[in-house]
Ligand binder design. Structure first.
Ligand code: PMP
Length: 432
């Protein structure tokens, strides 16, 4: 495409299109992507960027993966979409079979929906309907932990960290839920029993009004990119059982190997009562989410008023999305995913280590294929974003966090280039 045409399109974009978390009056620049292949994003001016973001955790097998593209093309030739009310199809059934076999034990009722945030809404509605059906209609509140993030729709917002999230401007509109202190014990620390006290005392005091706990297992993503101790999650499971409160695991970011185990819950060897999946489910090809619940939850909901689960999105179990999800999971399982994530983890550890001694860097941490460099002040987005692009990488920080979670197919040389560019740019950013 010629550069004059690109400039016109970018101007239209700037004049008419919202981008995520962006001002209309003072938008940050956006870069025009022409195509993407493997771990490389190609811009319209010919520059190629090594991708460190996997498009927000989703593109695990790289862009334009030949297997996924072919699957999608073939499925489009058979059945792109059909309503799921009263009808079913092979891709939905096969994907449900695969997921039930893959997730922590005991989850065998699958609800497909459109996006991560909607999955969180669905999971929370399930918990409320479950309590309602048991005649406990006052048991309709949620307990979560600070520094969490669960999406941008209303109930999802209500369980995001009250400081980092959107609570302030939505005060009076968002329901008010319970927030335990964020876990302080890190993944590799020695476990400190005091870490669970805030959670335990809130649950002990309020369990009669709490239908479920919702949290991100082990990795807190957009709320702070923190990795907490598996013992915390084990204790949460035990306490939920003790107080008869459901546990919802939001594995939308952590699912499908990202943290070094197939699911975050696997680090603690626990099963939630409800599990939310999204993002990498389709290898980042399109939007699809799944909520898995226990048999018991399904039956209880169906025996109470109104006798059905009240949710049914138009694009529920979209066949294109389901078929590409099946292929994506097969690719993951056919490969040596665990050793591969260990390889990336090692590469991130070595590659990000030089940041640790920079003034202005307060922490460097890595878990699985996630690497985080935390600064002592927020980055200047417009400046740092340009620096990354000039250095040939795509990394999009937020606040004080510069982080990467590259596609799993990244090779060692590209990983070294990615981490070296990150360190170079962080050094420049903190020196200003
Ligand atoms: N939960 C978690 C843990 C997430 O990381 C996200 C997305 N960043 C969501 C929920 C919301 O997913 P979506 O953006 O697909 O609505």
């Amino acid at each position: 495409m010629d550069q004059k045409k690109i400039a016109e399109l970018l101007q239209f974009d700037r004049d008419h299109i919202w981008h995520p978390y962006t001002s209309i009056d003072h938008p940050l620049p956006v870069f025009f992507v022409e195509s993407a292949e493997g771990v490389r994003i190609r811009l319209s001016d010919g520059r190629q960027l090594i991708d460190g973001m996997a498009s927000w955790w989703s593109v695990i097998h790289g862009y334009n993966n030949p297997h996924l593209t072919l699957t999608l093309q073939e499925q489009a030739g058979r059945l792109s979409h059909v309503m799921f009310g009263g009808l079913t199809h092979g891709p939905a059934i096969e994907l449900a079979q695969l997921l039930i076999g893959l997730v922590p034990a005991g989850l065998n009722r699958v609800f497909f929906c459109d996006s991560g945030s909607v999955a969180v809404e669905v999971a929370m509605k399930m918990a409320i309907q479950h309590a309602f059906a048991r005649g406990l209609s006052g048991k309709n509140r949620f307990l979560t932990i600070r520094s969490g993030y669960h999406g941008d729709t209303f109930h999802a917002m209500a369980v995001c960290d009250p400081e980092g999230g959107m609570h302030r401007i939505y005060q009076g509109i968002l329901p008010r839920y319970f927030f335990a202190e964020m876990p302080r014990c890190r993944f590799t620390d020695e476990w400190d029993e005091a870490d669970i006290h805030s959670f335990e005392s809130l649950l002990a005091t309020h369990h009669r009004s709490i239908c479920a706990v919702i949290l991100e297992p082990i990795v807190q993503g957009a709320g702070g990119m923190r990795f907490y101790h598996p013992e915390y999650l084990k204790k949460v499971r035990r306490l939920c059982d003790e107080y008869q409160v459901l546990l919802i695991a939001d594995e939308i970011a952590t699912g499908f190997g990202r943290s070094g185990r197939m699911f975050g819950c696997d680090h603690a060897g626990i099963s939630p009562d409800i599990l939310c999946l999204g993002k990498a489910l389709t290898g980042g090809y399109m939007t699809l989410a799944a909520v898995l619940a226990t048999e018991e939850i399904g039956h209880v909901i169906s025996q109470g008023e109104p006798g059905v689960f009240m949710h049914g999105p138009t694009f529920m179990a979209n066949p294109l999305a389901c078929s590409v999800a099946i292929r994506s999971i097969q690719l993951l399982l056919d490969g040596d995913w665990k050793n591969n994530i260990t390889r990336i983890e090692e590469g991130l550890r070595q590659g990000l280590e030089p940041c640790r001694n920079l003034p202005g860097v307060s922490d460097v941490r890595v878990l699985g294929a996630i690497g985080v460099v935390e600064l002592d002040r927020p980055v200047v987005m417009a400046r740092i974003q340009n620096l990354f692009v000039e250095n040939g990488v795509w990394i999009r920080p937020f606040g004080r966090l510069v982080y990467v979670m590259p596609p799993y197919i990244i090779n060692d040389a590209d990983l070294r280039t990615l981490t070296a560019a990150l360190c170079r740019v962080v050094a420049l950013e903190v020196s200003v």
